[in-house]
Design a protein around this ligand. Structure first.
Ligand SMILES: [Cu+2]
Length: 138
C-alpha cells in the first residue's frame, strides 16, 4: 500500500514541476515578444546607409529628428541588409542611456523616453549615422 502512495506522490511532484516550468517559459517568451508586435515603427534605417552619403541629406535614420511626448516609446527598425545600432550620445562620446547593440536586418529596437530633453544618438558601426529624439512635456 505504501508503495502505491509513494509512486502517486512522486508522479504528482514531477507533474507539478512540468506544469510550472511550461507556464513560466510561456510567460518569459510573451514578455519579450509583445512590445515589438504592439508598437509601430517610428524611425527606419533604410538601405545603403552603411556607406557614407546619407549624412549629406540627413537620411541615415529616417526621420533623423523626431519629437515625442514624455513617456512615449520610440521604435527603430533596421531595413538595411547590414548591421546597425541605435546608441545614445555621440560617436566619440556615448552616454550609455540606451544602446540597441548590433541590430540584424529586419530587427527592431524600442526605448521608452521618461524625461524631457534632447537625446542624440548614433550608430557604433557607421560614425556618419546620427539622429535625435526630442522629448516634450505631455
Ligand atoms: Cu550603421
Amino acid at each position: 500500500m505504501w508503495k502505491k502512495r509513494l509512486v502517486y506522490s512522486i508522479s504528482l511532484i514531477v507533474g507539478m514541476t512540468l506544469v510550472t516550468t511550461i507556464f513560466f517559459q510561456n510567460t518569459i517568451v510573451k514578455g519579450i515578444d509583445e512590445p515589438r508586435i504592439s508598437h509601430k515603427v517610428d524611425v527606419i534605417m533604410s538601405t545603403k546607409v552603411s556607406r557614407p552619403g546619407c549624412e549629406t541629406t540627413d537620411s541615415c535614420y529616417t526621420p533623423s529628428k523626431i519629437t515625442i511626448k514624455q513617456g512615449s516609446l520610440v521604435t527603430w527598425m533596421n531595413e538595411d541588409s547590414a548591421f546597425h545600432s541605435v546608441t545614445s550620445g555621440f560617436y566619440d562620446e556615448p552616454n550609455e542611456l540606451f544602446d540597441s547593440g548590433y541590430l540584424d536586418p529586419q530587427q527592431s529596437f524600442t526605448f521608452s523616453f521618461e524625461d524631457i530633453g534632447t537625446y542624440n544618438y548614433f550608430c557604433t558601426l557607421h560614425p556618419w549615422m546620427k539622429g535625435q529624439v526630442i522629448v516634450q512635456l505631455d
